[in-house]
Design a protein around this ligand. Structure first.
Ligand code: AKG
Ligand code: FE2
Length: 314
């Protein structure tokens, strides 16, 4: 008699929450932080590999002698995380992370890519380079970084984009898992997520966004319609983790602090269609699940062909 009410009936499970959050917001922010001691340890090891200052960069003449805009991101054989493979268990085996990934992608999910991402503070960017990149939509600084340091991705802000941007002709069958290794405040280039923007499916970069009010953006994706997307600034402590759909718009402003911001970024995909939470999510999208072209901002050599940036106005 008087049996305790079933806890599940009162509180949604993590699996239910994750799918609901992806359907509604195109993102899930984890309540539970990852192991802080493990974050601090990994962060110290990453910081010990180099000075995150102006010594990262080529000189102007050196750069101009042979500009390389492509192939400048981490890749197999040149990825700092390969050195720390045995120190990533606090992320990859955290039960709540595994649970959420399994729910969305099935038990045999696949890591497509993982890397260290660094938000570079203005003080570290040489004057000549700052002048050159001012107002560019995608300030991935890989082109200007000395080759031996290209085992990390360096940003001086990136405009609102979908992570589908790097996957022309691939279905949005993956998500991004993003982890802060130290506290990230407004000044530390926090991620700006546009909640609900995934609903319109894949869309060519740069995106059609008009600010409405303090926090919202009117986002149009051509014939696929429009949504009002709420801007969510992801400030958080060490071990803060979030994941978002490949069609969810997000970006960062340049790091305004006097030190770099260091995070981990994973792209993780399902291996089979059918039966996973991602199928449920994708069934609700009103736009395309894949794109034959993802961006219209680049010249043939991979350099920026347009000067425009929306996230700077956020
Ligand atoms: O870490 C950042 O500043 C932006 C990261 C991002 O959105 C990406 O790498 O796709
Ligand atoms: Fe991104």
């Amino acid at each position: 008699m008087n049996a305790m009410p079933n806890r599940r009936a009162l509180e949604p499970t993590l699996a239910e929450t994750v799918v609901d959050d992806f359907i509604r917001d195109g993102a899930h922010l984890f309540d539970e932080a990852l192991d802080q001691a493990a974050c601090a340890d990994l962060l110290a090891r990453i910081r010990a590999t180099r000075e995150f200052g102006s010594s990262l960069f080529l000189g102007e003449a050196e750069f101009d002698a042979d500009p390389q805009y492509t192939g400048v991101n981490p890749k197999p054989g040149r990825n700092l995380l390969e050195r720390f493979e045995n120190r990533l268990g606090f992320v990859e085996r955290a039960p709540h992370i595994v649970d959420a990934l399994t729910t969305l992608l099935g038990p045999d999910y696949e890591v497509l890519n993982k890397k260290v991402v660094c938000g570079v503070p203005a003080s570290a960017v040489p004057e000549w380079l700052r002048t050159r990149i001012l107002g560019n939509p995608v300030n991935n600084l890989g082109a200007y970084v000395r080759p031996q340091y290209r085992d990390v991705t360096y940003f001086y802000g990136i405009d609102f984009h979908q992570d589908l941007i790097d996957y022309k002709d691939r279905e949005a069958d993956f998500l991004t898992l993003y982890i802060y290794l130290h506290p990230v405040s407004r000044a530390d280039a926090p991620l700006y997520l546009l909640e609900g923007s995934h609903l319109l499916g894949g869309s060519v970069f740069p995106h059609n966004l008009t600010r409405i009010g303090d926090k919202d953006w009117l986002y149009r994706n051509g014939e696929h319609g429009e949504v009002v997307a709420r801007q969510r600034v992801l400030t958080g402590g060490a071990g803060f983790a979030a994941m978002w759909h490949a069609c969810t718009l997000h970006g960062t402003q340049p790091d305004a602090a006097d030190h770099e911001r260091i995070s981990l970024r994973y792209l993780i995909a399902r291996r089979h269609a059918g039966g996973s939470g991602m199928d449920q999510v994708n069934a609700t999208l009103k736009g395309p699940l894949s794109l034959t072209a993802t961006r219209a901002d680049l010249a043939a050599d991979g350099s920026a062909a347009i000067k425009a940036n929306t996230v700077l106005k956020a």
